[in-house]
Design a protein around this ligand. Structure first.
Ligand code: FAD
Length: 382
């Protein structure tokens, strides 16, 4: 029976990146994915993911983001394809709200370039937006979006070229520490490894029941619409945006229309609501989207972008895996330094995949990382 240095369970956003960094370093690595790579059942589908640096969630993420930006660039060069699109990001919200306060704090602490936009200037610079007069407007020029499916494919392809073994349509069923080796049973085979990395996203509680209390999975809805004037909203003419809604606890966000011929579908202007949705179980997700869910989202977005959603083209579901404080968990398993988990990305993790993969590889091979991930430890909830 084959003995691997490292087995990575879940070759999605974080797992594909971990396989890449491990294989590049010459490690004998096996990646096991229950579906195809990529797929639409987890957390990474849907064409685009925002990347930004003035991190309102917590300034401690900024050093990780610096490294993430660096690593995405390196991946682009190695894969020979564009993964990151610098559109800039428009932020709006009440000046003392969680978004605007957090952005200003991170920008100040880490000297991140953020432009303050006056309402008079916003009307000419961002004519398709209607921002309430009591909202503050900021713009982060170096922010933009990543194409998640292409990122995951690039990591996986380069991992395989560097010697990784990647199995798809194979599910981890159980694992067990047996002396110095971990025994892994999948739906197809039995393997052994020295280190196990668990990057199973919304299925993490099934693989590591010890984390069940800390992880809750929610069903999120994303909608693509057709605007009144197509060109006003296309890539190059329209930024990514994030607006802290005054009436509700979450934030609305969106992207420009991406050229289907270059990037693939879905077609149209994408928008969504960043707030934990209906609780669900990753194995039993209701993928049917009700007309009310679509119309409520579009009605809210139209307050800020009145002509963006003349009609709805398509809606899809996606999964968040939330921790109680909405910060990630990246750590060894309590009482087992041979098992490493990266989970609970709480709807804002994709942009970090390039640094998380590197960190996971270091934790598996060296038992430590130089990246400041202490605040993401798994024991903080006790
Ligand atoms: C609607 C939506 C919008 C988002 N927007 C943004 C954004 O703008 N910016 C941003 O940075 N982040 C965003 N995110 C968050 C980001 O996409 C996630 O945090 C990230 O994809 C999580 O990565 P993951 O590797 O944990 O999960 P996934 O990418 O889902 O990977 C987990 C993988 O593990 C596999 N797996 C699970 N169990 C097993 C098993 N037993 N055996 C084998 N394989 C298994 C799954 O099939 C899956 O492929 C968004 C998420 C959603 C849903």
């Amino acid at each position: 029976m084959a003995l691997y240095d490292v087995i990575v369970v879940g070759v999605g956003s974080m797992g594909a990146a971990a396989c890449y960094y491990l294989a590049k370093g010459g490690t004998k690595v096996l990646g096991i994915e229950q579906f195809s790579i990529p797929h639409e059942n987890g957390s990474h589908a849907g064409q685009s993911r925002i990347i930004r640096k003035a991190y309102f969630e917590h300034p401690d993420y900024v050093p990780l983001l610096e490294r993430a930006y660096h690593n995405w660039k390196q991946l682009e060069a190695e894969a020979g394809t564009q993964l990151y699109f610098p559109t800039g990001l428009l932020y709006a919200g009440k000046p003392d709200g969680v978004l605007m306060k957090g952005v200003k704090e991170s920008a100040k602490q880490y000297n991140i370039n953020i432009e303050k936009v006056k309402h008079s200037e916003s009307k000419s610079r961002f004519p398709t937006f209607t921002i309430p007069e009591d909202f503050e407007i900021l713009f982060e020029p170096a922010a933009g979006f990543l194409i998640p499916e292409r990122c995951i494919l690039s990591f996986t392809e380069l991992a395989i070229k560097a010697g990784a073994t990647i199995h798809t349509q194979e599910q981890l069923v159980s694992w067990k520490q047996e002396g110095s080796v971990i025994s892994v049973q999948t739906s197809k085979q039995h393997y052994r490894c020295k280190k196990l990395i668990v990057t199973t996203g919304a299925w993490t509680s099934d693989v590591l029941p010890v984390l069940r209390q800390q992880l809750s999975v929610t069903r999120q809805v994303i909608t693509w619409g057709i605007p009144q004037q197509w060109e006003e909203f296309t890539l190059g003419n329209f930024p990514c945006w994030l607006i802290d809604d005054a009436q509700q606890p979450g934030m609305y966000y969106g992207f420009p229309i991406l050229p289907a011929s270059k990037i693939g579908g879905p077609i149209g202007l994408k928008a969504a609501y960043h707030y934990p949705g209906k609780p669900t179980d990753a194995n039993h997700v209701d993928r049917t989207i009700t007309p009310t869910e679509e119309t409520e989202l579009v009605k809210s977005v139209k307050q800020y972008i009145p002509t963006g959603f003349n009609s709805i083209h398509l809606s899809k579901t996606c999964l968040y895996t939330n921790t109680p404080d909405e910060n990630f968990i990246i750590d060894f398993l309590p009482n087992n330094n041979n098992v490493i988990v990266a989970a609970g990305f709480s709807g804002h993790g994709f942009k970090f995949a390039s640094v998380v993969g590197e960190v996971l590889s270091e934790l598996a091979l060296k038992g430590e990382t130089t990246m400041p991930i202490g605040f993401l430890n798994s024991t903080r909830f006790k």
